[in-house]
Design a protein around this ligand. Sequence first.
Ligand SMILES: NC(=O)c1ccc[n+]([C@@H]2O[C@H](COP(=O)([O-])OP(=O)(O)OC[C@H]3O[C@@H](n4cnc5c(N)ncnc54)[C@H](OP(=O)(O)O)[C@@H]3O)[C@@H](O)[C@H]2O)c1
Length: 308
Amino acid sequence: MSDGLIVLVGATGILGRAFAQRLPARRLVKLGRADLDPADPVAIRRRMIGLTPRLVINCAADTDVEGAESAPERAFAVNATLAQALAEGAAETSAAFVHFSSTGCYGDWKSGSYVESDPLRPTTAHHRGKALGEEAVLRAHPEALVLRLGWVFGGIRGQRRNFVWARIQEAQGKAEIGADPRQLGSPTAAADVAAQTIAVLGSHQTGVFNCVGGGAPARRLDYVAAILEAAGSPARANPAEFSRRAPVSSNEAADNARLRACGLDRMPPWRESLAAFVRSQLDETPAECVPAASPQPACADARALCLG
Ligand SMILES: NC(=O)c1ccc[n+]([C@@H]2O[C@H](COP(=O)([O-])OP(=O)(O)OC[C@H]3O[C@@H](n4cnc5c(N)ncnc54)[C@H](OP(=O)(O)O)[C@@H]3O)[C@@H](O)[C@H]2O)c1
């Protein structure tokens, strides 16, 4: 597979950083909020056509779940309008397109883990925007790859939305910190998502896949306890009530059913990836440099596409 540019949108975010670490710098064009105005989709498409990339990876999102309840149009602009314009530009230039959605889009109607064939019944403005975003992307670029993610962890120390580092900091000097005992989800390492995405691209599969950390889903309380344990913190995670403006689903757990059915599921158990990530944070080693699992074979095409 020939060389070509890879456009990475949202490279400063938790997930974008994980991709930036993995992809060859010489082929990478990073675009952020200063480069793309969701209010001007024509300019976005023109930008894509000017670059004629081989692959576009859209990690940009408005991830302020609480804020979206009062300003849904702002979230919608990034999560649906921008995503659609990028997908249209990619389709026009015959570039592959990768977009990320959320397992929170399934809603709150099942007790077990959601699979890809389950209907989306989002309960928050944020997740309604994300669900519309996936739909718009697949309409604009029917060959797009859409990965629905769980509770993503990654990034650098102190970075906004670095949940793991924030909990380690919160526990400093305390005997206990509070965490929700009822909310269920699938913790997911950003570094693992980047590796998994590259593997799926190599398989030429398209459409929607759940992509969450392996192992049993966790209550938020157990997730926080696992963070503290991995960090060697003496603090305990205790059940606590959190009042949230956004009616977030109490079950965001998902199963990588389609990845498994395609023989592509390479997501390591989240507890292993979490332990590796916590070590990397404490060592001040960039998280993305710590492989959560050994390199996977069967990625020859993907390497040509992304790493060649
Ligand atoms: N984090 C999670 O737990 C989670 C869960 C499920 C799904 N996801 C999905 O995973 C993907 C990556 O999320 P993340 O956790 O990496 O989010 P993040 O850390 O909040 O990063 C979002 C990125 O989008 C950029 N961005 C925001 N508005 C933009 C605009 N108008 N134009 C261009 N770029 C813009 C941000 O730029 P600035 O640095 O300038 O703000 C940042 O680089 C998203 O699709 C998200 O919905 C995340």
